[in-house]
Design a protein around this ligand. Structure first.
Ligand SMILES: Nc1ncnc2c1ncn2[C@@H]1O[C@H](COP(=O)(O)OP(=O)(O)OP(=O)(O)O)[C@@H](O)[C@H]1O
Length: 649
């Protein structure tokens, strides 16, 4: 059967197929074009973003470079300022020397002229005109002498101001020196170590001006003078009263309410007047009646502190007092009380807190200060003036073997916490201190019949509920520094970060663990509302002593060795700070560990050197003055924050 193929139909079918293919190709082209457009858009987007990122990075780099530049400029300016201050100081010193020379010359001329006037007056009549001329010259010279004296005084004041600025700029430790008068117990006659027949009571240490002290080190019997000169911020002579000594300390106390910790420490050999300077003593009354109390730095500081507080709004500040004794390298809380409320010293720990500061742990809320199981022994109170060799005591006993009072029967919770007492007046402060002072270890030695055998640290903690602008600015400054140092630390709450970074902190409900906030219930107030706590530490160190001179034996000998070791640890710490060594051996003694913040931190520290003036103690006096010179060389930085809380035993 013939096969009919309808060509038209086949072509039509083929056309249909091709048309279909064409349509789908066109659709695909359309799809691809749309995708292409989308990709273009994304590309443009990405390019824009990239450009913006580049611009931001460039800006950040420029900003960083600008900041580096500014920092460099500031450093250079500071360096320049310091060298200018140095040059100025030198200039003032030179000018001062010239003035002194000039004034002396004028003095001599004036005296000479006065003598001539006197002589001329005796000459018979007729020389009146000459006498008058001479008198006029004398008057003119006296006037210019007076003017020079005035200028000299102004220059002196300027020099002092410049020096104080330098001390502030460098964070140096201030060092004052007090040379006590020669006292009856200095006057035991004897041969000097050199054996040249001079008496030991000869006065060899002298305050020659208000900032220099001179030690005459010449050997007795030789004609060559050998003098050593030491310079400090202020030097007090034997005639200076307790009041005059405190007047130079007073400005430091203002800093306490401006957010600074302050520490005043008396250093010197035994019998040199540390306790007299810090606490005070009674004057000898010739009539045998009770003497006049000569208040030292501690009572006068308490007075001044409460005077400053009384100028502030009522209830804005509160003050707590604590008293610590470091005896035989152990820390004792002297305010700790027994069940009957009597004061008993209790042994405490020193810890390094997470903020890098040293503390005797504060009283835990709701717990009573109780006697620790290793309570403080009651010190021997020997009747002086016996020599130590006269009492029957075992040689060099370890501290643990000394008698301990039994633990409090009703005190299962033996928290080693430091006791603070709230006080409202300086009289209350002194009452608290005087009630526990009898616990301080004392013993008679051949050098001093009432020698302190321990270091005493009285701390006044001031809580400012409405701190002043300076204190707030300082707290923010500290917080900023901390944020720069350790921005990752968990104790920085977002609010705290914002406030420290300079932006306003919104009232936050999250608890903040910043060390710049004092303990207070959650939610904490903002950084500008939290109370500020500052410390005034007043330290009466035990005196260094030469065993050969003090003639100590037994327990007293052991005490002397502990005292001398802790003082040499203090000296080592200052040496390390002065040489800016990376490791400062604070932990070599409990004393230096306890005072770590004050010595190495940003507390305002004043060391009061106490010096005996006589030949007998010259070696110790030179050592004390050397210690002060080393302390002056320390240029401090704020202490660094530590990561962990560490307990030492
Ligand atoms: N500037 C002074 N004016 C008058 N008397 C003073 C002066 N300084 C000290 N004294 C007297 O000297 C004696 C010894 O002084 P103080 O007890 O203060 O010495 P110290 O350095 O504390 O000794 P130690 O370290 O052994 O305890 C005391 O009787 C004191 O009254």
């Amino acid at each position: 059967m013939p096969l009919f193929i309808n060509r038209d139909q086949i072509f039509a079918h083929q056309v249909h197929l091709l048309e279909h293919k064409l349509r789908s190709k066109e659709e695909r082209i359309l799809e691809l074009e749309t995708e292409n457009a989308l990709l273009h858009l994304r590309l443009a987007d990405c390019l824009g973003k990239l450009r913006r990122d580049n611009e931001n990075a460039l800006q950040a780099r420029q900003h960083h470079q600008h900041q580096k530049h500014v920092q460099k400029n500031t450093h250079a300016a500071l360096g320049k300022l310091l060298s200018e201050v140095q040059v100025l100081k030198q200039d003032v010193r030179d000018v001062f020397a010239v003035y002194v020379g000039f004034a002396t010359e004028l003095d001599e001329q004036s005296r000479e002229l006065q003598e001539r006037v006197g002589a001329a007056c005796c000459v018979p009549q007729g020389n009146d005109a000459e006498v008058q001329a001479l008198q006029d010259r004398v008057n003119a010279l006296e006037r210019s002498l007076q003017e020079e004296r005035e200028r000299c005084r102004t220059e002196r004041l300027r020099r002092k101001l410049l020096h104080n600025t330098l001390v502030e700029l460098r964070g140096n430790i201030r060092v004052h020196c007090r040379v006590r008068p020669v006292l009856p117990f200095d006057c035991g006659l004897g041969q000097s170590a050199s054996g040249f027949g001079s008496t030991w009571s000869e006065e060899v240490v002298q305050a020659v001006s208000d900032d220099s002290v001179l030690v005459n080190c010449s050997k007795a019997g030789t004609s060559t003078a050998m003098n050593k000169m030491f310079e400090f911020e202020r030097v007090h002579g034997p005639e200076d009263s307790q009041h005059a000594v405190f007047e130079e300390v007073r400005p430091l106390l203002t800093s306490l309410l401006d957010g600074y910790n302050v520490c005043i420490m008396a250093y010197g050999q035994t019998g040199s007047g540390k306790t007299h300077t810090m606490i005070g003593s009674q004057t000898e009354d010739p009539a045998g009646l009770e003497g006049v109390p000569l208040q030292g730095v501690i009572p006068q500081s308490a007075n001044e502190l409460f005077r400053l507080i009384s100028e502030k709004p009522a209830e804005s500040h509160s003050v707590e007092v604590s008293v610590i004794e470091v005896y035989n390298n152990e820390v004792f809380d002297l305010l700790c009380k027994d069940s009957e409320g009597g004061a008993v010293g209790a042994k405490r720990d020193v810890i390094t807190t997470s903020t890098g500061t040293s503390e005797v742990p504060a009283l835990t809320h709701g717990q009573n200060p109780q006697l620790s199981p290793t309570g403080r022994h009651h010190h021997q109170h020997w009747d002086h003036p016996q020599t130590p060799s006269s009492h029957q005591l075992p040689p060099k006993p370890p501290a643990e073997s000394l008698p301990h009072p039994p633990p409090h029967p009703k005190s299962p919770d033996l928290t080693p916490a430091l006791t603070h007492e709230l006080v409202h007046s300086s009289a209350q402060v002194m009452h608290v201190i005087s009630t526990v002072l009898r616990l301080r270890a004392r013993a008679p030695t051949l050098v001093h019949r009432d020698s302190s055998r321990s270091h005493l640290i009285v701390t006044l903690t001031v809580t400012s509920k409405s701190p002043n602008a300076l204190a707030l600015a300082r707290r923010l400054q500290c917080a900023r520094k901390e944020l720069q140092r350790s921005p990752q630390r968990e104790w920085w709450s977002p609010r705290c970060r914002r406030a420290a970074a300079g932006r306003s902190g919104s009232p936050a409900s999250s608890p903040c663990h910043s060390p710049y906030h004092s303990p207070c219930p959650s939610p904490r107030p903002s950084i500008s509302q939290a109370p500020i706590r500052t410390k005034l530490q007043l330290v009466d160190l035990a005196g260094s002593e030469c065993v050969g001179m003090s003639g100590v034996t037994g327990v007293a000998l052991w005490e002397t060795s502990c005292i001398n070791r802790s003082l040499s640890a203090l000296s080592d710490v200052l040496g390390a700070l002065a040489e800016q060594r990376p490791h400062v051996p604070y932990r070599n003694s409990k004393l230096t560990h306890l005072l770590q913040d004050s010595i190495g931190g940003d507390a305002k520290l004043l060391v009061m050197l106490c010096v005996s003036p006589t030949q007998k103690f010259m070696a110790e006096s030179l050592q004390t003055l050397g210690f002060g010179t080393r302390a002056r060389q320390v240029q401090r930085e704020p202490t660094r924050r530590k990561n962990t809380t560490l307990r030492i035993k």
